[in-house]
Write a protein that binds this ligand. Structure first.
Ligand code: HEM
Length: 455
C-alpha cells in the first residue's frame, strides 16, 4: 500500500527547492556554485523540483529513484533538453538518439568496443602516453590541461582511424568542431534559452556549429569511402563500425558520421578531465604516488605496455576509481519522460525533464563515509568491485551505460602509468586548482613540475 506521504506527493507534485526567483528560477544558484547547489538538493527529499527560467526540472537525489530512471523504467525516458540542443552540432548518434534507433545503433557499435578490440587500442594508448610523458623535461613546469587534451584527442584519432592518423584536414576539422560544441550544457542550463524556446518566432539560441559540422562530416565521408573501397579491417574502431551488420543491415554513411562525431564528444573531454584530476590528486599526495611508482616499477622492463599490464596496476585503478567518485566528469545527467511516469510516488507528465547528479550522489554522506576525503582504500578489491548499485555512476548505468567504459579504464590506467613511470610530479603555482563546471567537470588548469625518477 502507498504511504500517505507518497499519496500527498502524487497530488501536489515534488516540493520546489528553496531559492527560486522570478524569471531566472534557480539558474542563478546554478551559475553561482553548481556543485554546491546540486549537493544541497537532497535536503528537499528524494525528488525535488527546480526551475531553469520557466522550465521545471525534477531532480532525483535518491539512488533507488535513479535506478528507476536508468534501469527499471528506462524505456519511459529519452535524453532531455541538453540533448535536443546537442542534436544540432552532434547529429543523432548514440548519445542523443532514443528508442529503437538507439537500440539498433548500440548493437551495431558494441563490437567495436569488445575486449579483444580494446587490447589493440591499448597499445596505441600506451605508446602515445609514453611519448607525451617523455616529452616533458624533468625540472620543468607545465599546465597539463591542454597537454592532456591533445593526448586524448590524439589517442582517439589513432584508435578511430588507424588508416588516417595524420590526415591534416581531419585534424583541422576536428579542432574547429570541438571549439563550438562545448556550449551545450551552458545552453541547457540557461534561463534565456528556456524562455526563447517558448517564443516560436524567436530563433532558438544556437551555437555557430553549421560550418564546422559540415566540414567535419565531409572529411569523415571521404575517409569512410576509402575504408569501404578496400574493405580491410585495420584493427580500429571505424573498421569495426563499418563491418558490423545486424538483421536489418549495417549503418549507412550518414549514420556512421553521426556516430563518429558522437565519439569525439564523448571520448575526449571526459577522459582528459579524469586524467587531469588524477594527476592533480597524486601530485599532492606523495604516499599515493609512491605506491603507483611501486606498481609501475614492477612491470616487466623492455617491452611495450598494453592491456596485459592492467591486472598488475590494481592500486592505480583504485586511485582512478576514487578520482572518478570525487570528480565524475559527467557530473550531471539528464532525461525526459516519453510518457507519464510515477517516480517515488510522484506523477510526472509526458515531457517532464529529469536530472540526477553522479557528483551529488558520490558526495552524499549517507552513501559514502566522509565523502570529501580522497581515499583509494574505499575500493578494497579493485574498482570493478561495484559500490552499492546506483550510488557510483561515473559511467552512468542501465541501457545508456557508457559504451566506452572499458576503453576509458584502459586509457586512464595506461596513461597514468606512463606519466609516473619516469617522473615524480609535484604541484606548482600558488593558486588553487578550481573545478570548471561545463559539459564536463574539469580543472581550470593544472600546473605541475616533473622530476626525474628514480631520484
Ligand atoms: C572517463 C571517461 C568517461 C566518462 C566519465 C564517461 C561517462 C559517460 C556517461 C556518464 C555516460 C552516460 C550518459 C547518460 O546516461 O546520460 C556515457 C555515455 C557514452 N559514452 Fe562515455 N564516458 C567516458 C569515456 C568515453 C569514451 C572513451 C567513449 C568512446 C570512445 C565514450 C562514449 C560514450 C558513448 C557513445 C555514450 C552514449 C552511450 C549510449 O547512450 O548508448 N565515453 N559516458
Amino acid at each position: 500500500m502507498r504511504s500517505a506521504a507518497a499519496a500527498a506527493r502524487t497530488a501536489t507534485g515534488a516540493p520546489t527547492a528553496r531559492g527560486r526567483v522570478p524569471l531566472a528560477g534557480h539558474s542563478l544558484r546554478f551559475r553561482r556554485d553548481a556543485l554546491r547547489f546540486v549537493r544541497e538538493l537532497r535536503r528537499h527529499g528524494p525528488l525535488t523540483k527546480i526551475y531553469i527560467g520557466p522550465r521545471p526540472v525534477h531532480f532525483v537525489t535518491d539512488p533507488e529513484l535513479v535506478r528507476e530512471v536508468v534501469a527499471v523504467q528506462a524505456r519511459a525516458f529519452e535524453k532531455g533538453a541538453m540533448f535536443t540542443t546537442l542534436r544540432a552540432p552532434l547529429g543523432d548518434g548514440l548519445i542523443t538518439s532514443a528508442g529503437d534507433r538507439h537500440l539498433r545503433h548500440r548493437r551495431l557499435m558494441q563490437p567495436a568496443f569488445h575486449h579483444e578490440r580494446i587490447a589493440r587500442y591499448a597499445r596505441v594508448m600506451a605508446e602515445r602516453s609514453r611519448a607525451s610523458a617523455a616529452a616533458w623535461e624533468p625540472g620543468t613546469t607545465r599546465d597539463l590541461v591542454p597537454e592532456i587534451h591533445r593526448l586524448t584527442l590524439d589517442i582517439l584519432l589513432r584508435t578511430l582511424y588507424a588508416g588516417a592518423p595524420d590526415d591534416l584536414e581531419l585534424h583541422a576539422a576536428v579542432q574547429d568542431w570541438l571549439a563550438v560544441k562545448y556550449h551545450s550544457m551552458r545552453l541547457a542550463l540557461s534561463p534565456v534559452h528556456a524562455w526563447a524556446e517558448r517564443v516560436p518566432l524567436l530563433p532558438a539560441w544556437r551555437p555557430p556549429h553549421t560550418g564546422p559540422l559540415e566540414r567535419l562530416a565531409a572529411v569523415q565521408r571521404r575517409i569512410i569511402a576509402a575504408y569501404r573501397a578496400d574493405g580491410r579491417d585495420r584493427g580500429d574502431l571505424l573498421s569495426m563500425i563499418l563491418l558490423a551488420e545486424g538483421a536489418d543491415g549495417a549503418l549507412t554513411d550518414t549514420e556512421v558520421v553521426d556516430e563518429l562525431i558522437t565519439l569525439f564528444l564523448a571520448g575526449t573531454g571526459t577522459v582528459s578531465a579524469a586524467l587531469a584530476w588524477s594527476l592533480h590528486e597524486i601530485a599532492r599526495r606523495p604516499g599515493v604516488q609512491r605506491r603507483i611508482h611501486e606498481e609501475v616499477d614492477s612491470l616487466p622492463a623492455g617491452r611495450p605496455s598494453g592491456i596485459g599490464d592492467l591486472p598488475a596496476l590494481a592500486y592505480t585503478r583504485r586511485v582512478l576509481a576514487e578520482v572518478l567518485r570525487l570528480y565524475p566528469p559527467s557530473w550531471l545527467l539528464m532525461r525526459r519522460t516519453v510518457r507519464p511516469v510515477t517516480l517515488g510516488g510522484t506523477r510526472l507528465p509526458q515531457g517532464a525533464e529529469v536530472f540526477f547528479s553522479p557528483y551529488a550522489l558520490h558526495r552524499d554522506p549517507h552513501l559514502y563515509e566522509d565523502p570529501d576525503r580522497f581515499d583509494p582504500e574505499r575500493w578494497p578489491h579493485d574498482a570493478a568491485a561495484k559500490a552499492p548499485r546506483h550510488t557510483y555512476l561515473p559511467f552512468g548505468a542501465g541501457s545508456r551505460l557508457c559504451i566506452g567504459e572499458e576503453f576509458a579504464w584502459a586509457e586512464l590506467t595506461l596513461a597514468l602509468a606512463a606519466f609516473t613511470a619516469h617522473r615524480r610530479l609535484t604541484p606548482a603555482g600558488a593558486d588553487p586548482v578550481r573545478p570548471l563546471v561545463g559539459t564536463v567537470l574539469r580543472p581550470d588548469r593544472l600546473l605541475l613540475t616533473a622530476h626525474r625518477r628514480p631520484v
